[in-house]
Design a binder for this molecule. Structure first.
Ligand code: PXL
Length: 280
């Protein structure tokens, strides 16, 4: 059985980070170990006055305990990190736990719609850039791409321009870059990727849904991380992540009013389980 450790916060209500990664990775038949980096009452997108308990000082003792019985991981997947100090500690975790069989997936969570999430700034993005450089795969959205590359945010790119961004993202040091939330030909949305080792580009699109859903980035990254544990066929892994994210948005549409804070991925976990079995 494959094992991923995912390192990100617990937002107690709101369906993102660990409350997405745990069920999604588990539904793929992969063991999910976690390191919670902080406990928030809600996510920071759209809620005011959320609580935030920093767990930075717990990360290294957890890692040390795991080392004491030689725990190993097929995947290390990081998401929302709360401070530059946390990024540095996670970077040391990579050094300590990466083996020749470990894939590191960094979702450089910084912002959306051209803006930083509450509490993040350029300094934080510069630190995240270094962590991204140590990953095998990074999964920024277009906003995060602009912060990682120090370029102005744009909502749309021609195919050649997107390819150029992917190449520049790989120059940060990662082998594969995936940009999420790319619009294509008016009615499509999905992801484009570049594997700098094989010099191959990939893309995968679904129908565009003209609504904004919170937490889809975490759903996408969790499925892509899981898929990369199950297959070496990157196109299949990308398709699985794009299609499942689309299914979740489609399932949320009829209940958007009550579900303004997140995406109803739970309704689709059965399908994910079947898709994961087909990947192997
Ligand atoms: O979905 C990314 C995410 C994770 N964790 C926290 C967040 C967000 C995005 O808003 O606020 C706490």
């Amino acid at each position: 059985m494959k094992r991923i450790v995912t390192i990100q916060d617990i937002s107690c209500f709101g369906k993102c980070s660990l409350t997405v990664a745990l069920p999604v990775i588990s539904a793929m038949g992969i063991e999910a170990a976690i390191i919670p980096t902080a406990v928030l009452s809600t996510h920071t997108g759209g809620f005011k006055d959320f609580t935030f308990r920093d767990l930075t000082s717990d990360i290294t003792p957890i890692a040390n305990h795991w080392k004491s019985f030689d725990l190993k991981f097929n995947g290390i997947y990081t998401g929302y990190l709360g401070s530059k100090e946390q990024i540095n500690i996670v970077s040391s975790f990579f050094d300590s736990f990466k083996t020749s069989d470990t894939k590191i997936i960094v979702d450089p969570v910084l912002g959306d719609n051209g803006k930083f999430y509450t509490g993040f700034d350029k300094d934080f993005a510069d630190e995240m850039k270094k962590l991204a450089g140590k990953a095998d795969i990074i999964v920024p959205n277009l906003t995060e791409t602009s912060f990682l590359l120090n370029i102005p945010y744009r909502e749309t790119y021609a195919e050649d321009e997107a390819k150029e961004l992917l190449v520049r993202l790989c120059e940060l040091g990662c082998s594969t870059a995936v940009i999420t939330g790319i619009r294509y030909k008016d009615n499509l949305q999905g992801a484009m990727a570049y594997d700098s080792k094989s010099d191959n580009f990939y893309s995968s699109f679904s129908k565009h849904i003209n609504k904004s859903f919170h937490g889809t980035g975490d759903i996408f990254s969790s499925v892509l991380s899981g898929s990369c544990m199950l297959t070496d066929n990157f196109q299949n892994a990308l398709d699985t992540a794009v299609q499942f994210t689309y299914k979740c948005m489609e399932a949320t549409l009829p209940i958007m009013d009550e579900h303004y804070y997140g995406t109803a991925f739970e309704l689709c976990l059965g399908e994910l389980n079947s898709a994961a079995k087909k990947l192997q």
